[in-house]
Design a protein around this ligand. Structure first.
Ligand code: DAH
Length: 338
């Protein structure tokens, strides 16, 4: 009885010692290797000190066994927790060390920059070129009334250009503008000569979509009204513009044509490529006296020229693109090239 009395306290003391030593070892482990060594020493299932302590249990007499068993379980759990804590501490230390060791001088992966749509780039360049020639920028709405789209442009009622099948009417008196010439009227109603503006934006026509047609495309409109403006001014302005945008070697030709709002009128062609093919760039002419009258300018005093060019065509000629559709399809592989 006395020997059992004495062995139980010393066995319990050993458990406390084991707890203190084990905790100290886990807390002082500086890296993963040291921690693993400590784990094997204290918690190892084959030769760890916890295993030895467990074997002590069997040697104890019944009455002491319960107390020892309870304490043993508590010590084992405490050591496992200390070991886990140490593992977390070491791992997070490694992570913060890894952050600290990033080499800030190594070139990074370049971010992918967005770019402006080719038509936007073209529009900006056109505004710039005409700006240098003295034209300022004007704007007008895309939903227009029939007065600006037709009446004031000398396109009378029952004119075929007003056909519902050729326009996107919104209501009987309004439509998606079919031409940027509408802006000529808006500008002249607000300003007195000299007027020298370009306007550019979307126009809409119910055309079937193919390589050269779209129900929506972009135009740049020009208008110059002053005393003594002549056809020679118009031709030299458009030639100079074409050389600036398409290159000095571009050839431009003027063909007699008809538009209700100009007299005389021309169509303007550009030579497309080395094969000598001509492609229409747009229409132009001397502002019709009826249009000047409609906005209150005296045609006896003032004259002017106007032109309307297709922006897609100019951009296509510049970049050697032969299909209009990719402009509107937002395919990154196409857009990425500009
Ligand atoms: N508005 C015409 C069209 O869309 C183009 C045009 C022709 C504009 C002659 C003009 C011009 O300013 O004078 O077909």
């Amino acid at each position: 009885m006395s020997s059992a009395d004495s062995s139980a306290p010393s066995a319990l003391d050993d458990l406390e010692r084991l707890l203190i030593d084990g905790k100290a070892a886990f807390e002082s482990a500086a890296d993963a290797d040291a921690l693993e060594k400590a784990r094997v020493t204290f918690l190892g299932l084959k030769q760890g000190r916890i295993k030895t302590a467990q074997e002590v249990l069997k040697t104890l007499p019944g009455p002491d066994r319960k107390a020892y068993g309870q304490r043993f379980n508590a010590v084992k759990t405490a050591l496992e927790e200390a070991c886990e804590l140490a593992r977390l501490r070491i791992e997070s230390g490694q992570a913060s060390q890894a952050v600290a060791s990033i080499d800030l001088t190594v070139p990074g992966a370049a971010p992918r920059f967005g770019r402006r749509h080719p038509l936007t780039q073209t529009a900006e360049e056109l505004i710039d070129i005409f700006g240098r020639m003295g034209f300022s920028l004007a704007r007008g709405p895309e939903i227009e009334d029939t007065f600006h789209n037709f009446v004031a442009l000398n396109i009378p009622e029952h004119h075929p250009a007003r056909e519902p099948l050729d326009n996107f009417y919104v209501t009987p008196g309004t439509l998606l503008r079919s031409q940027t010439s509408t802006v000529q009227i808006r500008v002249m109603k607000k300003c007195q000569p000299p007027v020298r503006v370009v306007a550019l934006g979307r126009v809409y026509r119910p055309d079937a979509v193919d390589a050269t047609h779209s129900f929506m495309f972009h135009q740049i409109e020009g208008l110059y009204v002053d005393r003594n403006v002549t056809m020679a001014n118009l031709k030299s302005t458009l030639r100079q513009f074409a050389k600036s945008y398409l290159g000095q070697d571009v050839t431009v030709r003027f063909r007699p044509s008809f538009f209700p709002f100009t007299e005389p009128s021309v169509e303007v062609d550009m030579q497309w490529d080395a094969s000598g093919r001509w492609v229409e760039m747009g229409g132009a002419g001397m502002v019709d006296p009826n249009v000047l009258k409609a906005v209150g300018f005296d045609p006896e005093i003032y004259s002017g020229f106007a032109f309307g060019l297709g922006i897609e065509r100019l951009c296509m000629r510049r970049h050697g693109i032969d299909d209009i559709r990719p402009f509107y399809q937002n395919d990154y592989r196409f857009l990425n090239q500009f």
